[in-house]
Design a protein. Sequence first.
Length: 346
Amino acid sequence: MQDIPPNYATLFVATCNLLNLANPHRVYYENQDAYDEREYERKIAWTGERFHALNADVLAVQEVWDESALKAAIARSGLRYDFVSVPGAENTPPPASPPGTPARPGAQGTPRVGIATRLQVDEVRSFVDFPPGFGVEVPGLGPHTRFERPPLLATLRMKHGQQVHVLTVHLKSKRPKFLQDAQGHALEDREDRKVGVMASLRSLVMRGVEAAALRCIVIDLLQGTNTPLVVMGDFNDDPHSVTTQLVAATSEVAYDKAARDVALFNAYEMQGESALKKDVAYSHIHQGFPAVLDQIFVSEEFVATSRRSLGDVRRVDYFNDHLHEGRDRSRSDHGFVRALLRLRTD
């Protein structure tokens, strides 16, 4: 009997670090000027153009201070996204609040992650606290028990009924974490190189424990299930770094086949044989050196060679030409990454 090839539905997903997307005239960091109307207009226009070029079914976004600014950029794209959410960065009164309740002021202290999608949304959940037992002491700062930028889980349903989890993340950066008081004044000598070493260690510890806590979320979503998972965002480290692999645990598959059930796989490395892999696969440039900080990982349901495969990764594209256009607050300092995924419909 002749084998009948499976039917597939396609899914475009993209991750975008938007570099301080905020409303005009609002201070997001004390040491940075707010956008004036002209700067805001340029940023919304540029971001909308990028969204239009991506034309993704799911946009995972980072560094959003104001949900209304994200909605403005999406409107400028000319595309339709029925669901847009950035928990912690809302600019409307809380749901079911009485008339006259003031609007929420957007994100405070640090920007948030969000999602925009054309798909049906079954559930959205923001993770704030680490799982019990996963907090650590950060030198000079005390217990670190919460995500600085809470990961956002969206459970989505494709038009043929397939369910898929999408987890948007933004881990702690490598920028040194110097001690400061509540008003933001320095509490240590930033010119002292040994102080700088400790400040960098604090950032590493914070990113490491965030990665470990994120790993627990991934395990809970994947263990004993066959619902596909996409994890994407700004990992602030490369795909094979210790912190990224804390989340993905891809290497464990080599010596423990059962680990596939809860492992994540770099979508770029899982592309089909016909995919065009290029040498421009980077999403950030630091001091002249290209790096991949913005990543898309998938569960084994998207790995074509897995016996539990429900689909595959067809192509991964990097939208990074703007990284060579000079520094401008209207543009992001990160490239955007888009993956074309497929899931069987039968």
